[in-house]
Write a protein that binds this ligand. Sequence first.
Ligand SMILES: NC(=O)CC[C@H](N)C(=O)O
Length: 260
Amino acid sequence: MAEAAPHRIAGRRPGDAPHDEKATDGKPLIGVLALQGSVEEHIDVLHKLGAATREIRVKEEVAGVDGLIFPGGESTAMATFHHWLIYAQAIMTEGDGLFPALREAVGNGVPAYGTCAGLILLADDCVGQKAGGQALVGGLDCTVCRNYFGAQVSSFELPLEGFPDAAPAVFIRAPAILKRGPTCEALASVTSAPSRDAAPHVEAFEPAKKKRKGSSSGEREVCVAARQGHILATSFHPELTSDSRWHAMFLDMVRERKKE
Ligand SMILES: NC(=O)CC[C@H](N)C(=O)O
């Protein structure tokens, strides 16, 4: 089996000295959860928009960041893999304190932006979890459905509804937001039929009468981007496109909080 690229996987142990991030020169310092997934792509966009970044793999690295990015990738892997692969210990992310530290930061109002798997991690509730359940960070008052749009082969680009002039958004085994709490605001949606696996979950949340009129295939309009105060999340991956407006929105949230 080919070795995974080192930047995709944690390479240090708890207690190692934190990354030497370059002098931030007054730039906001954004922590990017760097266990797996589209880590570099997020870092590139953030640098283009004038932010400094710190890769986060252990709990010590969470302290002192101005914002947090939860990248797309595989939420179940992020919640469990890194200890098995790197430290060869049967300790979960939960057990080493990384997820509790992230939970505390988000709970204390540190702005957070999650894409795809990152949306799943930031959701308070998730249906279609892997067998046995999976750890979430939470904070966003919503229920997401994992793999709403189906398997990897069902990955696609689609224009967003409700978000002006948006470039087509990239969906890769993406979740959808089935239910939102009163302060969780929908920012964009798409119209699509749920995957076969997702359909039973969807029926439970959205009775058949909510199906889009005239649709024979069970198409529905589903929420794919939401914001609740300091938390922003999208089902899709702007970090894989040239549309940096979502990251710009997130950095505005970060700068607002820094002013407080
Ligand atoms: N592109 C993605 O981030 C896919 C998310 C993946 N389906 C998960 O459950 O984590």
